[in-house]
Ligand binder design. Structure first.
Ligand SMILES: *[C@@H]1O[C@H](CO)[C@@H](O)[C@H](O)[C@H]1NC(C)=O
Ligand SMILES: *[C@@H]1O[C@H](CO)[C@@H](O)[C@H](O)[C@H]1NC(C)=O
Ligand SMILES: *[C@@H]1O[C@H](CO)[C@@H](O)[C@H](O)[C@H]1NC(C)=O
Length: 399
């Protein structure tokens, strides 16, 4: 009898989703609407405390797929805030339909514990899903004007020690520094996002990855003032596909080996991307005096539209000190395949490796890069590189 009743009830619920949605929040099971926690959403009032309370309730929930709802048509001002895990459920959701906006002037930001690292800090969360079409607005303008050194400015979003993060269908604008930082994460994906900041805004990287493994970034547009995506120390098995990048500095591995550090990146696969008006395209940069490696990296099926320096390996990116540097980060097993389009610089291919350490196993295949306007030709520079070069225009000759 009870079983039959449940079946009928389930059918009733399935047939009337709107009624079900109205009933559940009061039943306290899995939907947490930020407005019910007192958030004003007028773009001015500090709504951080409401968010922290709603997060804590959502994070403690066990039924269904706990979801924090941020409704559309409203703009919620948040001071720097941390959302911490672990949560009870390993599938927690943020349905971001509205806008989250940072304080509008530098002096209005209130830092807890004087930690100026990030505006919104997610850490230690397993199975966090963020989606919904809404926007993170970092209000970077006053920060860019006030601080030229990037270490004085906060990131917008930081994901630290996350597992199975899925960020999709969100907009990210005007971060004071990088828009999204992923560190010590595994098995995560970012898809269908749009990152936008002015071309001249300083260090406004789209996505920075460090110490992370098994990360997929796909089908997104990133138009900012610095790297579209940068892959840094301790990262491996990173796939990037379907990214339209530019303006910006391209997709970079590194820089690695700064301050004589041992740093590593391996298994990075970038496919099917477009570089439009970027200052670099596919780039690997390492510092003199560092150690470690960048290896097993492919960039393929790339379209170039007025990109400067479309293909660039620089093993002498910057020197730690002027003299006596025996070390360099090893660069090996790197493939650039199927690049087509136009370069805004004559030196379309730069393979600049260290005379002692050198770069090995570098493959260029099916490269066709023309200078952006008639009358000039592209060329390749190649120092201290071993590998194979076929069907390349410009032709690659290594010394
Ligand atoms: C983020 O939160 C973690 C955990 O509380 C903390 O260790 C870290 O310092 C925070 N980072 C920032 C930038 O606020
Ligand atoms: C990356 O791509 C490889 C090859 O297509 C695939 O085997 C691997 O599962 C992908 N990893 C992620 C995290 O998408
Ligand atoms: C080369 O890359 C372009 C652009 O991504 C793609 O459309 C084309 O199919 C690729 N060609 C081959 C032979 O893979």
């Amino acid at each position: 009898m009870e079983g039959l009743f449940s079946v009928i009830f389930m059918l009733f619920v399935a047939a009337t989703p709107s009624l079900y949605a109205r009933v559940t929040p009061n039943a306290g099971s899995s939907n947490f609407n930020i407005v019910n926690y007192g958030a004003k959403g007028d773009g001015q009032t500090d709504d951080s405390q409401a968010f922290v309370k709603a997060w804590n309730d959502m994070c403690a929930a066990t039924q269904g797929a706990p979801t924090l709802l941020i409704p559309k048509g409203k703009s919620f001002m948040l001071q720097p805030v941390s959302f911490k895990g672990p949560c009870k459920s390993n599938n927690v959701n943020i349905e971001l339909q509205g806008t989250l906006v940072a304080p509008k002037s530098v002096v209005a930001w209130k830092w807890a514990n004087n930690n100026k690292g990030a505006w919104i800090n997610f850490s230690g969360i397993n199975g966090l899903v963020i989606r919904g079409g809404g926007t993170f607005d970092g209000q970077g303008g006053p920060w860019w004007a006030k601080y030229s050194d990037d270490s004085d400015r906060p990131s917008a979003l930081r994901f630290n020690s996350c597992k199975n993060l899925a960020l999709s269908a969100t907009n990210h604008i005007n971060s004071p520094r990088n828009h999204i930082s992923i560190s010590s994460c595994s098995g995560s994906s970012i898809s269908n996002i749009h990152v936008t900041a002015p071309e001249e805004s300083p260090n406004t990287d789209g996505i920075d990855i460090s110490g992370s493994t098994n990360i997929l970034i796909k089908d997104s547009t990133i138009r900012t003032g610095d790297d579209c995506i940068a892959i840094n120390d301790g990262s491996s098995f990173i796939n990037i596909t379907g990214i339209t990048c530019g303006p910006g500095h391209g997709i970079s591995v590194g820089s690695l080996g700064r301050d004589r550090k041992f740093e590593t990146v391996e298994e990075v696969h970038v496919r099917n991307c477009i570089f439009q008006g970027t200052t670099n395209g596919a780039r690997i940069k390492t510092w003199q005096g560092g150690s470690g490696y960048a290896r097993k990296i492919t960039f393929e099926d790339i379209i170039l539209d007025e990109a400067e320096n479309p293909i660039i390996i620089n093993q002498n990116y910057r020197a730690y000190q002027r003299n006596g540097l025996a070390d360099a980060v090893k660069v090996s097993e790197v493939t650039f395949r199927n690049f087509t389009g136009t370069s805004a610089s004559e030196e379309a291919i730069t393979l600049n490796c260290d005379p002692t350490v050198g770069c090995t196993g570098i493959i260029l295949n099916k490269i066709n890069i023309k200078y952006v306007s008639a009358g000039k030709r592209t060329r390749a520079l190649c120092n201290n590189v071993r590998g194979s070069f076929s069907l390349c225009s410009p032709n690659v000759v290594c010394s």
